[in-house]
Design a protein around this ligand. Structure first.
Ligand SMILES: NC(=O)c1ccc[n+]([C@@H]2O[C@H](COP(=O)([O-])OP(=O)(O)OC[C@H]3O[C@@H](n4cnc5c(N)ncnc54)[C@H](OP(=O)(O)O)[C@@H]3O)[C@@H](O)[C@H]2O)c1
Length: 240
C-alpha cells in the first residue's frame, strides 16, 4: 500500500485530494488544526486515514508530527502541502501579515525541508506544493499572500534543482498553481474562471500522477500566467 501525507486536509483542496488518494488505495495521514474535521474524514475511510492534528506555524510540532507519521508508515510516497491562509489586507494590518508569514512561509518551509530530507534518505518520493497563480506577480490588496506564494514557488524550484543530485532519480517536486477554486480561500470580490472544487482537484491529481514539474489549475490559467508574466508593472497596477 502506498503512503501519502496531506497537510491542510480539513477543507478545500487538501480534503478533496485526500478522498481521491484514498479511493486510489493510498493510506493517508491528514493534518490541520480542526480536529473534528479530520475525524469526520477519518470516519468515512477508517482503515486508510491516520489523523494528526497540527498547527503548521508551530514548527517543533510539525517535526514531531512528521516523525510520528514516518514511524507509522515507515516510508512515504507522497507529501502534499495544501495548508495556507490568505487575506485581503490593503491596510497591511500586522496580525494578518504575520499570520500569513508564519503559516505560508515559516511552517511551509519546515515541512518542505523535512520532506526533502526524508525523500533523499529514502531515495524516492514526491513533494507537491499547492502554490498559486499569485506566485507570479505582486498585489496591492494582498501583498503578503502573493509574496508568500512567490516564496513557495521559488523554494520548490530550488528543491527540484536539488533533486538532480539524488542518484536514484526517483524524487519528484511538483508546483501546483491554481487560479480561483471554489473554497473558503478564494480571495477577493472580482473572481472569474472560478473552478468547482471537484474539477480543480481532479486536474491536480492528474498532474500529480504525471509527476508534472508545474501545473496551472484549471488548465486555462496557463494563459493568464503567460499574460501576467509578460505584463509590464505599469499596466499590472490596474489589475492586481
Ligand atoms: N481556493 C483558491 O482559490 C486558491 C487559489 C490558489 C491557491 N490556493 C492554495 O490552495 C491551498 C489550499 O487552499 P484551499 O483553497 O483548499 O483553502 P481552504 O479550504 O481554506 O484550506 C486551507 C487549509 O489550510 C489549513 N491551515 C490553515 N492554517 C493552518 C495552520 N496554521 N496549521 C495547519 N493547517 C492550516 C486549513 O486547516 P485548519 O484551518 O483546520 O487548520 C485548511 O485545511 C492553499 O495553500 C491556498 O493558498 C487556493
Amino acid at each position: 500500500m502506498k503512503h501519502a501525507v496531506v497537510f491542510g486536509a480539513t477543507s478545500g483542496i487538501g480534503k478533496e485530494l485526500t478522498k481521491l488518494l484514498v479511493k486510489d488505495g493510498y493510506k493517508v495521514a491528514i493534518t490541520g488544526r480542526r480536529l473534528e474535521k479530520l475525524e469526520e474524514l477519518a470516519e468515512e475511510f477508517p482503515d486508510q486515514i491516520l489523523v494528526k492534528q497540527n498547527d503548521i506555524q508551530k514548527v517543533e510540532e510539525v517535526e514531531k508530527v512528521f516523525e510520528e507519521i514516518v514511524e507509522e508508515f515507515i516510508t512515504i510516497d507522497l507529501v502534499v502541502q495544501s495548508s495556507g491562509v490568505g487575506f485581503i489586507n490593503p491596510k497591511l494590518k500586522w496580525d494578518k501579515e504575520e499570520q500569513s508569514v508564519l503559516t505560508n512561509v515559516l511552517g511551509v518551509t519546515k515541512l518542505y525541508t523535512l520532506t526533502y530530507n526524508l525523500f533523499k534518505e529514502q531515495q524516492f518520493g514526491h513533494l507537491v506544493g499547492i502554490t498559486s497563480i499569485a506566485s507570479l506577480r505582486g498585489s496591492r490588496a494582498a501583498p503578503v499572500y502573493f509574496a508568500s506564494k512567490a516564496y513557495q514557488k521559488s523554494y520548490l524550484e530550488g528543491l527540484y534543482i536539488k533533486t538532480k543530485s539524488i542518484k536514484s532519480k526517483k524524487v519528484f517536486v511538483t508546483d501546483i498553481r491554481p487560479g480561483f477554486v471554489d473554497t473558503p480561500m478564494a480571495l477577493g470580490d472580482q473572481l472569474f474562471w472560478m473552478a468547482p472544487l471537484d474539477k480543480a482537484t481532479r486536474q491536480i491529481y492528474a498532474a500529480i500522477k504525471k509527476k508534472k514539474r508545474v501545473a496551472y489549475i484549471t488548465k486555462r490559467w496557463r494563459l493568464i500566467a503567460w499574460v501576467l508574466k509578460a505584463m509590464p508593472a505599469k499596466i499590472l497596477k490596474s489589475f492586481t
